[in-house]
Every structure is written in structure tokens, then in C-alpha cells.
Design a protein around this ligand. Structure first.
Ligand code: G6P
Length: 427
């Protein structure tokens, strides 16, 4: 069985492969293909992957290529983890946001928007290549902004797809640290969009433990939100809603404090990651290194491989278990269109993910969800058609964007900066 990683040159690739070795009995991968346009990083990762494979008895062969079509041909699973324009594009977004006094984070606000415009056409290229060369395969998308990219594939390709984020599994793992037990012991009433979600209820081995989880979460809130003013806003939101909130909701519930913090930082998160990656790739080149280095935990992708291979295992073995993923709504979340991507619990089996019907989101959360969903759908349309009107409308709607004339100027500047990555669309 062939498993392909598009964006195999990512510094996350060793984390992903590390998770595969312990699951090969359930997931009998015989070939791992890594594709990237960055030949240097691809070469380093492929050599490291071969050493990791050797240490584990060479259960699969490792192939490295810059040819996306060769990489996806006959693959059963294609994992996308790409960053169009690499880290510099993320840094540009972050700085553009700061210039306009708004959030430029890689998935939220203008950063997520610019990232989506760059990324959607590339993800769809992969999906369309799969339609031709691997029609039975699954496209598992980790690429940010994960929800928007997943919606693009749902709407514009026949290929089966599931979007994945490490936040839901991270919340589950945190709760299990206190309760003990297995992932399957815990059920979350989790509803929302990628990086915009709420957990309304936690049920552990049949018992409702929501209030205990909320209290523990608040007790440990400093681990998530170091800055006191931000933490206090988030705690207020959690208490009043009586729900656990996805940490990315800080950009909405504590916008001013988050912006104040960003403004005082010496460098952006993208610039920090550049430094972490420099040292990671230096380590990956060490011919003695045969397992993922500790330093990888400085990236935000904790539990990435756990989420990825839970999902692959459930599809491969038709487990029919419950996992929180980004999938086609199909009526699961009332009041949302069928063909949009939502992040909810789904039943995972050999046909992919089927969203489990959810209780109607309460107005205080539904309102924001509707607004951001409409923005996301307009962003997909803008990216697919290269349509400036849809792009402007998406920005105008977004609660973290500037006023109308600000949006107009910001869109022009954003398109100009990203011209090399937009390949003809919009121009
Ligand atoms: C979290 C998010 C991911 C994101 C990552 C960023 O894990 O859920 O969507 O990619 O953080 O980590 P980084 O190290 O790139 O800042």
C-alpha cells in the first residue's frame, strides 16, 4: 500500500513517520512517497526517513520526488501538508496584518485569508491529479487553513477527503491525562469550524464530566494563554458560555490584548519557526540521528501523527469509530449548508468520514460560526475563480478585517505581495 506525503520537505515529516512505525500491523504501508518542490529539504527528510525505516527493520521503501503526479499515482492515502510560498509567505501575512492593525495569523484573519488564496489552487491540483491517477485514494488535508482547504476539495473535486487538525485530539489527550483511560472512553460534543469550535459536553465512560473539565481547564489556562489579560477574557468566555473553547477563539474573544501582545514581540511566529526549523534541519542531517529529535516539540503540531494514523487506521480497517475531523456537513449541523466543511465528530469507515448529526448550535456560538463560514465559502469561491469581488466580499464580512476602504487597499496590497504564488489568478 502506497502512502504519499505532499509537502514531504516539511519539518513535521519525521513526526508523521514516527507515528507510523508502531501502527504498521493495522496500516500495512509498503511504500512511502514524499513529494516537495524544495529539493534540499526533501533530500534531508528522505535520507532521515530511510534511517528511521532502517532502525525499524525497513518495513517500507522511501521514495522522494519533485513530481506530484508520480507521487500520487496509485496512492491509497495522500496527506497534504504544504506551505505555498514557504515560511516567508507566512511572515509577510503576519507583517501585513500588523501594518493594518489587525490579526495576520496563519489561519485566522488576513493571514488565513492570504494563505487560502495561495493554497487552494495547489490543493485542487493534487485532488485533480488523484481523480485521474488514484481515484480510489483519500486526500487527508493537514494544510492550513485546514477547514477552508477541505471545503475547496469537497466542492470542487470528486475525490474523498477529510481535513484534520491536532487541536481536537490535543483537547482529548489533555482530559485523559486527568481521567486516565483510552481515547474511545471519551466523547466530546464538539461543534464548529476548524480553529473556531466549542466543546459543549464531555462524557467519560458514560458519565458527564463537563463541569470538572471546565474547572481543570480554567485552572491550567496559563499553559494556553500566557498573557494575563488574554487569559482573563478567555476564562470569562468559557464561564459564561459554559463551554470549552478552541484556543484560536482568542483572536475573536480577546482581539485587542492579542494584538497588543503581537505588537510588542520582537519577531512574528513565522520568524520564530524559521529559527526552530534551521536547527531542526541541521539535526535531521546528522547521519547518527534515527528518531525524531526532542526539539520538534517547539513546533505547534503536537499529536499530529496520532491524529493522522487514527484516521488512516479507521478508514483502512473500516472501524466505524468516532473522530473529530473536518468533513462535509451533509445536514449534520442544522442551519448550515450541506456542502460546507465543518469540524465535528464523524464516523470514520472505509468510505471516509460521515458527520454525526449535532444539536443545533446555540445562538451565541452559531452567530460567529455563520459569519466565519460565509467568509470561508466566499474565500473558496475567490480562490477558485481568481475573483476579486468574492475576495473583497469575504474580507468585508470577516469580523477581524478593516472597514470597507481598508479592505479594498489591503486586498490590493495582499494580491501584489502574493503575485508570484497566485499563478495567473486575480491578474
Ligand atoms: C497548531 C494548529 C495548527 C498549526 C500549528 C502551528 O497545532 O492546530 O493548525 O499548524 O499549531 O504551529 P507552528 O509551529 O507552525 O506555529
Amino acid at each position: 500500500m502506497k502512502l504519499t506525503v505532499i509537502g514531504g520537505g516539511s519539518s513535521y515529516t519525521p513526526e508523521l513517520l514516527d507515528g507510523l512505525f508502531s501502527r504498521l500491523e493495522q496500516i500495512p504501508v509498503s511504500e512511502v512517497w514524499m513529494m516537495d518542490r524544495d529539493e534540499r529539504r526533501l533530500g534531508i527528510n528522505a535520507a532521515f526517513a530511510r534511517r528511521m525505516a532502517e532502525k525499524n527493520g525497513n518495513p517500507f521503501t522511501v521514495h522522494a520526488t519533485t513530481d506530484m503526479r508520480a507521487a500520487v499515482k496509485d496512492a491509497k492515502y495522500v496527506i497534504t501538508q504544504i506551505r505555498v510560498g514557504q515560511m516567508q509567505a507566512r511572515i509577510n501575512d503576519e507583517k501585513l496584518g500588523l501594518k493594518y492593525g489587525i490579526v495576520g495569523q496563519e489561519t485566522t484573519g488576513v493571514g488565513g485569508f492570504a494563505c487560502a488564496l495561495r493554497t487552494i489552487p495547489r490543493i485542487l491540483e493534487v485532488a485533480h491529479a488523484m481523480e485521474e491517477l488514484a481515484p480510489q485514494g483519500f486526500l487527508l488535508n493537514f494544510t492550513n487553513p485546514a477547514g477552508i482547504n477541505t471545503e475547496a476539495v469537497i466542492k470542487h473535486s470528486k475525490i474523498r477527503t477529510v481535513g484534520l487538525c491536532n487541536v481536537p485530539i490535543g483537547i482529548i489527550m489533555d482530559v485523559l491525562k486527568h481521567t486516565g483511560g483510552e481515547v474511545s472512553d471519551l466523547e466530546l460534543d464538539y461543534v464548529g469550524l476548524n480553529h473556531l469550535a466549542w466543546v459543549r459536553k464531555f462524557v467519560f465512560q458514560g458519565n458527564d464530566i463537563t463541569q470538572t473539565v471546565i474547572e481543570k481547564f480554567i485552572e491550567n489556562a496559563a499553559e494556553e494563554w500566557e498573557v494575563e489579560a488574554t487569559r482573563e477574557n478567555m476564562i470569562t468566555a468559557i464561564r459564561r458560555l459554559n463551554m470549552i473553547v478552541n484556543p484560536y477563539l482568542q483572536y475573536y474573544y480577546s482581539t485587542d490584548t492579542v494584538l497588543d501582545t503581537l505588537k510588542t514581540k520582537e519577531c512574528t511566529r513565522g520568524e520564530e519557526v524559521v529559527k526552530v526549523e534551521e536547527s531542526l534541519f541541521e539535526k535531521y542531517q546528522d547521519v547518527e540521528l534515527k528518531e525524531k529529535p526532542e526539539e520538534l516539540s517547539k513546533r505547534g503540531g503536537a499529536h499530529y501523527s496520532t491524529a493522522a494514523f487514527h484516521l488512516v487506521d479507521a478508514i483502512e480497517n473500516n472501524r466505524g469509530n468516532r473522530q473529530i475531523v473536518c468533513c462535509r456537513n451533509n445536514g449534520a449541523v442544522p442551519t448550515f449548508d450541506d456542502d460546507v466543511a465543518v469540524e465535528i465528530p464523524a464516523i470514520i469507515g472505509d468510505n471516509g468520514a460521515a458527520g454525526i448529526p449535532q444539536a443545533r448550535p446555540e445562538l451565541p456560538i452559531r452567530g460567529l460560526m455563520q459569519l466565519v463560514k460565509a467568509y470561508e465559502s466566499l474565500t473558496v469561491e475567490a480562490a477558485v475563480k481568481g475573483d476579486r469581488t468574492a475576495a473583497f466580499n469575504a474580507m468585508l464580512l470577516h469580523p477581524l478585517m478593516p472597514d470597507a476602504n481598508g479592505c479594498k487597499a489591503l486586498l490590493e496590497e495582499l494580491l501584489e505581495i502574493n503575485r508570484p504564488h497566485l499563478q495567473g489568478t486575480f491578474f
